[in-house]
Design a protein around this ligand. Structure first.
Ligand code: IPM
Ligand code: MG
Length: 356
């Protein structure tokens, strides 16, 4: 039996997590698996209930799970709270508490959506890479940090063991893909980046079968929109990964499509890359595909059932191929459907493809 901690969060997080659960339940039925769900608060809703965006109970619930499925956090209502009470602070604390140092954000182009990207078709065909972002260190967590009336400051720091473990992940993931790692840094300016680069090359000695190249982050940003086909695994630090993964998401056409996995040595968390979209929350309009696709990653990475991950992907692709679209990805000729309808269509396709 698998234990899932459900953290729907705020806004559309609630709706898309509901879709994710429905998909997990259908998979359970098809493959004779058993799941136990436990739901906890995170983000603004937790602040409203308990005065903090992340309680110890929620962290404990995650410690007791085989995988965490998260929706999204945040909303207008909580924007003016102090930094440490903002919904976003909960995400950072949860990543740190669960030791989720590896963040995988795939940039996969779904063929039926190729026209909704702002890039030209020929630039995009066959694009398939992942951004591997270090998630529990770097400038997001470095000390000292502070803010007063005279200055604001942060510290970008990486320790040897932190770079070694994420670099190993990158090379291992590349071996399962197209055997190429591009390490992104700013070694022409920052000591911390020169250090990163040195360690990545050291680790590479154990993975000589994998190709490795380095790019400065400004060049990498440019290359992702200029020639994204060149990438397989982009390995980078916390802040650079935050930025590059949004660029990577947008070239695929919609932020509403992209899943993510955050992995540590003990715990794993799956969430859509998109936010809580308070403007459309509760209206049954949100795109559930990123959340559903995150469930696919959960089966592949946490439960070692890549066949299920592939099946979920195929069901999403078929649904798009049939012309169904939520509002964020609608284009000429597409059929507009709600969150619930999209979920139902994906599940039907999942069952059909499985039977074949
Ligand atoms: C992300 C988000 C978060 C981050 C925010 C919400 C704290 O932008 O997951 O990419 O910066 O890591
Ligand atoms: Mg971000």
């Amino acid at each position: 039996m698998f234990k899932i901690a459900l953290l729907p969060g705020d806004g559309i997080g609630v709706e898309v997590t509901n879709s994710a659960v429905q998909v997990i339940k259908s998979v359970a039925e098809l493959f004779n698996l058993e799941f136990q769900f436990k739901e906890c608060l995170i983000g603004g809703c937790s602040y409203d209930a308990f005065g903090t965006p992340l309680t110890d109970e929620t962290i404990q619930c995650c410690y007791e799970s085989d995988a965490v499925v998260l929706g999204a956090v945040g909303g207008y209502k909580w924007e003016s709270l102090p930094q440490n009470l903002k919904p976003e602070a909960a995400l950072l604390k949860l990543r740190k508490s669960l030791g989720l140092y590896t963040n995988i954000r795939p940039a996969k182009i779904y063929k039926p959506l190729i026209d909704s990207s702002s890039l030209k078709k020929d630039v995009l065909s066959n694009v398939d890479f992942v951004v591997l972002r270090e998630l529990t260190s770097g400038i997001y967590f470095g000390e000292p940090r502070g803010l007063n009336t005279e200055h604001g400051f942060n510290t970008m720091i990486y320790h040897r063991d932190e770079v070694i473990r994420i670099a190993k992940q990158a090379f291992k993931i590349a071996r399962e893909r197209n055997n190429k790692v591009t390490s992104v840094d700013k070694a022409n300016v920052l000591e911390v980046s020169q250090f990163w680069r040195n360690i990545v090359h050291e680790v590479h000695q154990e993975f000589k079968d994998v190709a490795l190249n380095d790019l400065y982050v400004d060049n990498a940003a440019m290359q992702i929109v200029h020639n994204p086909k060149q990438f397989d695994v982009i390995l980078t630090s916390n802040l650079f990964g935050d930025i590059l993964s949004d660029i990577a998401a947008m070239i695929t056409g919609s932020l509403g499509m992209l899943p993510s996995a955050s992995l540590g040595d003990k715990y794993a968390l799956y969430e859509p890359v998109h936010g809580s979209a308070p403007d459309i929350a509760g209206q049954n309009k949100a795109n559930p595909l990123a959340a559903i696709s995150s469930v696919g990653m959960m089966f592949s990475y946490s439960f070692k059932m890549k066949n299920v991950g592939d099946l979920i992907d195929a069901a999403i692709e078929k649904t798009l191929d049939d012309g169904y679209r939520t509002a964020d990805i609608i284009s000429d000729g597409g059929m507009l459907v709600s969150t619930n309808k999209m979920t139902e269509l994906v599940i039907n396709n999942l069952k059909d493809i499985y039977k074949k």
